[in-house]
Design a binder for this molecule. Structure first.
Ligand SMILES: NC(=O)c1ccc[n+]([C@@H]2O[C@H](COP(=O)([O-])OP(=O)(O)OC[C@H]3O[C@@H](n4cnc5c(N)ncnc54)[C@H](OP(=O)(O)O)[C@@H]3O)[C@@H](O)[C@H]2O)c1
Length: 261
């Protein structure tokens, strides 16, 4: 008999920022691999219909409200998630935001919003969930990073700082929680069209510029992250921790043309 290392039957996955975009792509992939899901966003109503969609796949699915910038909200969510299915095996720390501005115009509030959501939120959600994973001796935490975890881009400096931080945080938590059976990795998507960046995709010349710079010659599509998230959430990655897996069509391989053709 061949073991299916990617089977998530019996596992419970919690995905933050699942009211739209990548959070829904990732949650759907985990459900298709067999996991039950807890999906969260700031307003519970915004994840209810998505939870219904997941239940239609034959999975258990609960929707909860969570504001990752609010300590009490994180504490409540961790309790309610535990109550929903009795445990959380897999955490996908996906909630995030961006502010696009030249660095000379970034306000104190812009910096706080981006760093509090993307970096502080990622840490404290991981902490709240890991406190319950540790006694059980099992967990998979996937922090969503970005190509900006390894690259810097002008015009989104706070975002890049937060994503670089998520990569470092991933290594620290992996180092600390490995002995408790918790693997912590970072999944770093390239460019996917969502609410967060739709303003860029409205400009055809920017889309062409992006396509030119991506070795696989296209932005990411909704199911391009499925294999990577199921890998990092499953037994297939049992001996992988502290890593950043870039799923970016190759854009971080070096996209500057060094020939004159
Ligand atoms: N799209 C890309 O190309 C790309 C590439 C690399 C990384 N990422 C990262 O992937 C994640 C998802 O991105 P996306 O493109 O799908 O963005 P999106 O469409 O803007 O979705 C962001 C999600 O985060 C949630 N969120 C924002 N602030 C929150 C808060 N304070 N508390 C709880 N939830 C919050 C939103 O929920 P509500 O607003 O409903 O609460 C929403 O579900 C983000 O962390 C993003 O930085 C995106």
């Amino acid at each position: 008999m061949v073991k299916n290392f990617f089977d998530l039957s019996g596992r419970v996955a919690l995905v933050t920022g699942a009211s739209r975009g990548l959070g829904q792509y990732l949650a759907r992939a985990l459900a298709q691999a067999g996991a039950d899901l807890v999906v969260t966003a700031r307003r519970r109503e915004d994840t209810e219909s998505f939870a219904r969609e997941l239940r239609a796949l034959g999975r258990g699915a609960a929707s909860l409200s969570l504001d990752v910038r609010d300590e009490a909200s994180i504490r409540n969510m961790a309790e309610e998630a535990e109550a929903a299915f009795g445990k959380v095996d897999i955490l996908v720390n996906n909630a995030g935001c961006n502010v696009r501005k030249p660095s000379v115009e970034v306000a104190w509030e812009d910096w706080n919003k981006v760093l509090d959501t993307n970096l502080r939120g990622t840490f404290f959600v991981a902490q709240a969930v890991a406190r319950r994973m540790i006694p059980r001796g099992y967990g998979r935490i996937v922090n969503i990073g970005s190509v900006t975890s390894v690259f810097g881009y002008g015009g989104i400096a706070p975002y890049c700082a937060s994503r670089g931080g998520v990569k470092q945080l991933t290594m620290s938590l992996a180092d600390e929680w490995g002995r408790h059976g918790i693997n912590v990795n970072c999944l770093a998507p390239g460019w996917f069209r969502t609410e967060q960046n739709k303003v860029l995709y409205e400009n055809p010349s920017w889309v062409e510029y992006l396509r030119e710079r991506i070795p696989l010659h296209r932005p990411g599509l909704p199911d391009d992250l499925d294999g990577a998230i199921v890998f990092l959430a499953s037994e297939a990655s049992a001996y992988v921790t502290g890593q950043t897996l870039l799923v970016d069509g190759g854009i971080t391989t070096g996209s500057l043309k060094a020939t004159a053709d």
